[in-house]
Ligand binder design. Structure first.
Ligand code: ZN
Ligand code: FE
Length: 248
């Protein structure tokens, strides 16, 4: 179990080599959603084990490791698939188009859609302010950011600024366990940053014990994420290019 905000339970389902699927449950209404199901079977098994009926699938972007379970989960549960409007043609079993400012709802819990293009052109994040949680897919990682496959450093810089402006206590649920690799680059990018040094010591310990390092928080990313901390789009671009070829 990963921490969720008031009323929200968030269950981490590790799959493939380093993906996290997030299973969401609203205690008040019993409604359940799954975010970025790379695969179906472990999600259906976890929901069944808990006696939860999956009513919604939320996708942050079209990459296979975020949508691979859509068809089978929808077939098994009748769940509705909500995903970026701009990527509708690439999303299996697509139902509901999500755009900037749209609201989503899991039972009593309200969420707000943020368009965060750059990793993919239509990438979205979903912020649940009352539950103090944001689901960011492959845009923001612990001490990292997504690669710029379909967008620019300027867009990613804007994304980092918007995410950074969320309340510091907001839990950040990213879709991969990339923290240790990201942290090695973060130490190289900001060798004098004591917060990164302290965090990496904790991350190395956690990984040595086989424990996850996600979710993170907005406050922790403000202090330790070299992409969120980049002072300009140019600096973010330089850091992203350096990380792309970094051998830590
Ligand atoms: Zn991706
Ligand atoms: Fe991914």
């Amino acid at each position: 179990m990963a921490p969720g905000g008031p009323g929200l339970q968030v269950v981490r389902i590790p799959v493939l080599s380093d993906n996290y699927i997030w299973l969401l449950h609203d205690d008040a209404t019993g409604e359940t959603a799954v975010v970025d199901p790379a695969v179906a079977e472990p999600v259906l098994a976890e929901a069944a084990r808990r006696g939860w009926a999956i009513g919604q699938i939320w996708n942050t972007h079209w990459h296979a490791d975020h949508i691979g379970g859509n068809d089978a989960i929808k077939a098994a549960t009748g769940a509705t698939v909500s995903a970026p409007a701009a990527e509708a043609a690439k999303i299996p079993s697509f139902d509901v188009a999500l755009k900037e400012g749209d609201s989503v709802r899991l039972g009593a819990i309200e969420g707000r859609v943020m368009e965060v293009p750059a990793h993919t052109a239509g990438h979205i994040a979903i912020h649940l302010p009352d539950a103090q949680a944001v689901f960011v897919g492959d845009t923001l990682f612990a001490m990292g950011c997504g690669r710029l496959f379909e967008g620019t450093a300027e867009q990613m810089f804007d994304n980092m600024a918007r995410l950074s402006a969320l309340p510091g206590e907001t839990a950040v649920y990213c879709a991969h366990e990339y923290t240790q690799s990201n942290g090695r680059y973060a130490l190289a990018a900001e060798p004098d940053n004591a917060a990164i040094q302290a965090r990496m010591a904790a991350v190395d310990d956690a990984r040595a014990r086989g424990e996850p390092t996600v979710p993170t928080t907005i406050a922790l990313e403000r202090a330790t994420n070299p992409f969120m901390r980049a002072g300009s789009a140019g600096e973010l671009a330089r850091r992203r290019a350096a990380k792309d070829v970094f051998k830590g």
